[in-house]
Design a protein around this ligand. Structure first.
Ligand code: UD1
Length: 419
């Protein structure tokens, strides 16, 4: 079994470069590359484990993938595509569903396995379906597969019930080749959406409104293959800032933009972490135990749900009591039982958790239930007396290029083991 072993090692210090955001941005851009019959290059794409799944999805569809450097890949979608994504792959990674929009737009049909639920909640697809139907597709679900067909997609006005990241992405990548104008209201505003819009625009799409809740898309006849650099990973950066809050110290992060982390930084500053923007990133210092504050997750620009588990780990050793509310996913507090095994005082009821800070945690073997829950346990290990073993590390490797390496570069005592 793969695990991380963490020992408390005193305050952090040093400089690290944040990786590109493969999981929430790059994978979606790989799917979008299917829109262009040509060779698209994506740079700043470190190899997280989920990337292998998308590589296999694209290969099964008929694209060929080549690595031209450790963080740069070429996707050749020149030939005819077989627009089908099998269950073995889709069930391993939900973001595989992002091939639906591009395949429908390019091939006029697609057959993609239904992804199913996962450890953080039920994660429906109704908004993806309703939006694609508004664009003229016919959808059905049979025998565990989504079958989508259209003779031609046509622009439409779509109002999302909720600013879903995945639905916004699928609708964007379908509508760029639709005839006429599409308007997506209540669209997601995450930096990953803006990054996708940047790629699509380079490819020839005409899109306005990235970063706002209304996206206008004027359909074009064809898309061309391009070179694009994926945005820096704001979740990795936020994780390292919270590590600094837990362990104390003084760190510099390069390759990240403050504007992508604004609400996290606002909240961490309220807790007592000093954070300053630098020309290429952020500098942070914690020279005392942080103060508890209440947190509630919301779509961007609110406090992102991806930071919530790590924030709970930070609050677990902060001074005072906090109420944490999860508004995006319906089952994201499973990890608090693991954190409690380390001596954290966390009570969870439905979408809320009460976290009473304790001065120190106590190391224990714990299990990563999902990528961010796993990262939270690693951070907790920085403030736990003894040796914390975070089992099922593969969950963490799905989304972080080298979490242990980044923490080690900042002076933390952490190693990756195979047991
Ligand atoms: C993406 C991110 C994830 C992040 C989340 C919210 C990736 C790989 N994952 O997930 O890390 O936490 O955005 O920022 O990029 N929903 C529906 N119907 C739909 C679509 C969504 O009810 O058709 C619900 C989901 O069940 C969930 C909520 O909307 O409760 C948010 O989902 P969404 O924003 O779509 O998240 P993902 O794209 O799955």
């Amino acid at each position: 079994m793969k695990a991380f072993v963490v020992r408390p090692g005193g305050p952090l210090s040093g400089t690290v470069r944040v990786s590109g955001m493969t999981k929430n941005s790059g994978l979606k851009q790989m799917a979008a590359a299917l829109l262009a019959p040509g060779v698209t290059t994506l740079a700043n794409m470190p190899a997280v484990a989920d990337l292998d799944v998308m590589v296999n999805v694209l290969r099964s569809i008929g694209a060929s993938i080549d690595w031209i450097s450790p963080t740069e890949m070429q996707i050749d979608a020149t030939g005819d595509l077989v627009p089908e994504a099998p269950y073995e792959l889709v069930s391993r990674m939900r973001a595989s569903i992002n091939v639906l929009g591009p395949l429908l737009a390019r091939c006029g049909w697609a057959r993609v396995a239904m992804p199913g639920g996962d450890n953080i909640g039920s994660r429906k697809l109704d908004m993806h379906f309703r939006g694609l139907e508004a664009l003229g597709a016919e959808l059905s679900v049979a025998h565990g597969f989504i079958e989508a067909r259209c003779s031609a997609l046509a622009g439409a006005r779509i109002v999302l019930d909720f600013p879903s990241v995945g639905a916004t992405e699928n609708l964007l990548t379908a509508s760029v080749l639709a005839k006429g104008e599409t308007v997506i209201e209540n669209a997601a505003r995450e930096p990953e959406i803006s990054d996708l819009v940047e790629l699509l625009t380079l490819m020839g799409a005409r899109i306005d409104g990235a970063g706002t809740s209304t996206l206008w898309i004027e359909g074009v006849e064809e898309m061309r293959a391009v070179h694009h650099e994926v945005v820096g990973d704001r979740v990795e950066a936020g994780t390292l800032l919270m590590a600094c809050g837990i362990a104390g110290g003084d760190i510099t992060l390069e390759g990240i933009r403050l504007e992508h982390l604004e609400m996290v930084v606002v909240k961490l500053r309220e807790m007592g972490l000093q954070v300053t923007e630098t020309p290429d990133g952020l500098w942070a210092r914690a020279d005392h135990r942080l103060q508890a504050i209440d947190l509630a997750t919301l779509p961007y620009p609110g406090f992102a749900t991806d930071f919530m588990p790590m924030a709970v780990a930070l609050l677990a050793v902060a001074e005072g009591t906090a109420i944490v509310t999860e508004n995006v996913f319906d089952n994201r507090f499973g990890f608090v039982d693991e954190l409690s095994r380390m001596g954290a005082d966390v009570r969870n009821e439905g979408r809320h958790a009460v976290v009473r800070g304790v001065p120190r945690l106590s190391a224990a073997p714990v299990r990563a239930l999902d990528v961010r829950a796993g990262a939270a346990l690693v951070l907790a290990g920085l403030a736990a007396d003894g040796e914390t073993t975070v089992l099922e590390r593969t969950h963490i490797d799905r989304g972080y290029a080298d979490l242990a390496g980044s923490l080690r570069a900042l002076g933390a005592d952490i190693e990756s083991v195979d047991r």
